[in-house]
Design a protein around this ligand. Structure first.
Ligand code: PMP
Length: 362
């Protein structure tokens, strides 16, 4: 069996060991005579899987006791839609939501939020072509905003926050961490809400994670659908309706695997090393170009352009022939993108770097 190196932005590469374990357990999970896919979500087997996944995630991210871990569905865009529905009850209407616009995904969040509230774009990297995070001392925050929303890793633009924003007063900080959760150490306590689609660093598509501070569970608008109400989901231990059971099981295997490797600190060490290798190859001369200011270059998603874009197809064909797949950039920005999530082994980055050098004729 041969496995290629998959640089997809998501659904993305999963640890080989996890896939192997899932394969071994596919037909008969731990002597139950069933696949996890076939189990009742209310049966003792699945409840044990669910509990362990949550416990391991809490340990990996050092989640404080006053945060609920919610396993939901609907993806990152689902949370985009329901964050306002769950938080706007904090303030008399019309409320204002503050945003920092750092790229495509925060842009989508802004558009969605405009349906429900006044939106204040406190800072934007748009004029600069989304090549960094505007310095926090330039942000024009609203003192009584319902919350401040940031996307701490812009998957398309390759822009990553190198700091945790500070908020004023009791304004909760909401972070879309879809594409870099578990890749670096964070202090959960600095955020009111963290959400992430699973299909990058956590597991299969279909599972969406939300970490919500206790005191923010009761701020929903009356129109918030019950099934997307964080309080209702929390009170039902994420079993208000049928959860994405198999995706939770795989996520649990990923969490256990990360713990075995040394946790998030070890992932961060590896990710710094992988990103350093890749950006060094892109920066070696002007054959390739990454536009993001070095301090804000994402360790997870590395967009780049060939100086001569007429060579794009040839570049991708050569990459494919070497087993380096999914390097085409997002359709909205073109060029190339290499996503190097936790599960991308350093061997994959070495193989890509070798190819970058060879293609550039170095
Ligand atoms: N936010 C970010 C940062 C993302 O990268 C993505 C997906 N690429 C989304 C939100 C949307 O996630 P989903 O497709 O799970 O709705």
């Amino acid at each position: 069996m041969s496995r290629i190196f998959n640089f997809s932005a998501g659904p993305a590469v999963l640890p080989r060991e996890v896939l192997q374990q899932a394969a071994d357990e596919m037909l008969d999970w731990h002597g139950s005579g069933m696949s996890v896919m076939e189990m009742s979500h209310r049966g003792p087997e699945f409840i044990a899987i669910h509990r362990q996944a949550e416990a391991d995630l809490r340990e990996l991210l050092d989640v404080p006791a006053n945060y609920k871990v919610l396993f939901m569905q609907g993806g990152g865009l689902g949370q985009n839609a329901i964050v306002p529905l769950n938080l706007l009850g904090r303030k008399p209407r019309p409320a204002t939501i503050d945003f920092v616009h750092t790229g495509s995904w925060s842009g989508k969040s802004i558009k969605e939020a405009r349906r429900y509230a006044n939106v204040n774009v406190a800072a934007s990297g748009e004029a600069g072509g989304f090549t960094g995070v505007p310095p926090q001392d330039t942000w024009k925050l609203t003192p009584d905003a319902a919350y401040l929303h940031v996307c701490t890793n812009e998957t398309i633009d390759g822009v990553e926050f190198d700091f945790a924003p500070t908020v004023q007063g009791d304004v909760p900080l909401v972070a879309d961490m879809s594409s870099h959760i578990l890749s670096r150490r964070i202090d959960v306590a600095q955020y009111g809400v963290i959400f992430a689609g699973a299909q990058k660093n956590i597991g299969p598509a279909g599972l969406t994670l939300a970490l919500v501070r206790d005191d923010l569970l009761d701020s929903a608008l009356p129109i918030c659908p019950g099934v997307f109400n964080w309080r209702a989901v929390a009170d039902a231990d994420s079993m208000l309706n049928t959860p994405p059971t198999y995706a939770i099981y795989i996520a649990g295997l990923v969490f256990a695997h990360l713990k075995k490797l040394g946790g998030v600190a070890e992932m961060e060490r590896r990710n710094i090393e992988k990103a350093r290798l890749l950006y060094a190859a892109l920066d070696a001369d002007d054959f390739y170009r990454n536009r993001v200011a070095p301090a804000y270059r994402s360790r997870m998603n590395v967009p780049f352009y060939l100086r001569d874009e007429s060579l794009n197809d040839q570049f991708l064909a050569g990459a494919k022939a070497r087993g380096l797949l999914q390097l085409k950039g997002h359709k909205s920005v073109g060029g190339m993108r290499a996503s190097i999530y936790n599960a991308m082994p350093i061997e994959g980055v070495h193989a890509l770097v070798d190819y970058l050098n060879e293609f550039a004729g170095r």
